[in-house]
Ligand binder design. Structure first.
Ligand code: NAP
Length: 299
């Protein structure tokens, strides 16, 4: 083993939280040979990890005192704040790295970083773009924000959690911001298909056939997304000779969907939200605009 690898593996890691994700994080650290301690409010959930070689800490103070790196993965920031912001635990954290991996917001990340700075704690804010079954795999993405030098120093250790361990900015809020921006893209697709499944069920179309068509449509959707994001970047909002479909033609088709949903008693909250945005653009005179013009009505 070379010196760098040996140094990494003597880095003592503590994970706070043995939920679905926290347990996966511990397993991944152990698999890479890291000395790993787990603390969980409900001790029983940590026991299967002890069987794999993790040490169970009885208290948060004991856990943090033994660590070089503390990885917090409780339900939210408030839960870890309550545990870490006591005098004794905060003192034990001084000079160590705290990595917050619970889902949060840019504001929470910035507040945590300010608190950490004030108490002499190194801080990285992370966002896990994977489910527990992907943790530790080459294609698992974890985004980190905060001081780049700090990230680079610890990247070899953090890479145990996923091959795509990426620094996304010195602004500590940027991992959470990207998390939200990526999750909404995922929900957009998931809710779209959910609506389509309801339409197919009401109209007697087989789900398997629908899913085959969804797959065929995927490149068309990708192309449209690339097209309108390029236009937003270039400030090209008015329809032109390369516009794929005007606001008017999008809205015409959307109204057919809403009518179908009304007739069939299908919830239409999702298409109604699209309609609300289209209406803002139409009211401002953009009926013949490109889809990209909707960007102006998002704030
Ligand atoms: P989970 O299975 O519900 O686990 C929640 C963990 O938080 C448990 O260890 C629980 O302890 C602990 N906890 C909650 N409130 C607490 C409190 N007041 N004091 C002490 N411990 C407390 O959730 P999860 O799926 O592991 O998610 C953990 C975090 O990872 C969340 O922020 C989630 O958004 C994020 N995340 C999850 C996924 C995923 O696919 N699961 C993906 C990306 C990000 P007990 O065992 O004692 O209840």
């Amino acid at each position: 083993m070379d010196t760098q690898a040996a140094k990494q593996q003597t880095t003592k890691i503590v994970v706070l939280g043995a939920g679905r994700m926290g347990s996966a994080l511990v397993r991944a650290f152990l698999e890479q040979g890291h000395t790993t301690t787990i603390w969980n409010r409900t001790r029983a959930k940590a026991e299967p990890l002890a069987a794999r070689g993790a040490r169970i800490a009885e208290t948060v103070l004991e856990a943090v005192s033994s660590a070089d790196i503390v990885v917090a993965n409780l339900s939210d920031y408030a839960a870890s704040d309550r545990l870490l912001r006591t005098d004794a635990v905060t003192r034990a954290l001084r000079g160590k790295l705290l990595v917050q991996l619970a889902s949060g917001s840019p504001r929470l990340a910035r507040e945590s970083a300010a608190w950490a700075r004030e108490h002499g704690v190194d801080y990285l804010d992370g966002a896990i773009m994977a489910t527990p079954n992907y943790i530790g795999q080459a294609d698992a993405t974890l985004l980190y924000a905060g001081p780049k030098q700090l990230f680079e120093r610890h990247q070899p250790t953090l890479r145990a959690l996923g091959g795509l361990t990426l620094h996304v900015g010195e602004d500590v809020g940027h991992a959470s911001a990207l998390d939200s921006a990526l999750l909404v893209a995922m929900w957009g697709a998931m809710f779209g298909v959910l609506q389509g499944v309801a339409v197919c069920a009401a109209e007697g179309l087989p789900l398997a056939a629908y899913m085959a068509h969804v797959k065929t449509l995927a490149p068309v959707i990708d192309g449209a997304v690339v097209d309108f994001t390029t236009r937003i970047e270039q400030g090209r909002f008015a329809a032109d000779e390369s516009t794929l479909a005007s606001i008017e033609s999008h809205v015409g088709a959307l109204h057919h969907l809403i009518e179908l949903c009304r007739e069939r008693g299908i919830d239409h909250a999702v298409p109604d939200a699209f309609d609300r945005l289209f209406n803002k653009a139409i009211a401002a005179g953009h009926t013949q605009g490109d889809f990209a013009v909707l960007h102006r009505f998002m704030r």
